[in-house]
Design a protein around this ligand. Structure first.
Ligand SMILES: [Fe+2]
Ligand SMILES: [Fe+2]
Length: 177
């Protein structure tokens, strides 16, 4: 049984995951229009992951006998300066999502709703992983730069991430590459 307050919090997060998915899908479309195929693939896969998160909230809320509610989802922005701008915005967005997840975790704990507290642990771990991934991409963008062939190399890197050819952990391990 979910409290009314917890149901609202979980539904808000469901809609945030939906927005995240739309944002990354829109960014993917921008990347494709810019000819950045690796970046486009990476972002499309990321959008799918966020839709998976949305469904986790959807299923959980309904399993608990409450009702998942799909609200109005804001339209994501369509213009981005460059690849660095895209990933800076993703990083900022993910940090915001992490903060929201943590707020719900705190609420679940103080309500004594341990089932929801446990359900949310997946997202605590997931947010840590996503922030680490995006930060590692931003580090690469800073090292490689966007001049000359820089954009091409970054796009190649993202193609490798996007295809699942390398995981973040592998790519960051000492002596990787
Ligand atoms: Fe998510
Ligand atoms: Fe995310």
């Amino acid at each position: 049984m979910l409290s009314a307050a917890m149901t609202d919090l979980l539904n808000d997060q469901l809609n945030r995951e939906f927005f995240s998915s739309n944002l990354y899908l829109q960014m993917s479309s921008w990347a494709e229009a810019e000819g950045l195929d690796g970046c486009a693939t990476f972002l499309r896969n990321h959008a799918d992951e966020e839709m998976g998160h949305m469904k986790r909230f959807y299923n959980y809320i309904n399993e608990k006998g409450a009702m998942a509610i799909i609200g109005a989802i804001d339209a994501p922005q369509t213009k981005f300066k460059d690849i660095k701008d895209v990933f800076e915005q993703i990083y900022e967005h993910e940090q915001h999502i992490t903060q929201k997840i943590h707020e719900i975790v705190k609420a679940a704990f103080s309500e004594g709703d341990m089932t929801t507290f446990n359900f949310l642990q997946y997202f605590v771990a997931e947010q840590h992983e996503e922030e680490t991934l995006v930060r590692s991409i931003l580090d690469r963008v800073k090292i490689i730069g966007l001049d000359g062939k820089g954009v091409f190399f970054i796009d190649q890197e993202l193609a490798r991430y996007g295809s699942g050819e390398v995981t973040v952990a592998e790519s960051m391990a000492p002596g990787a590459e």
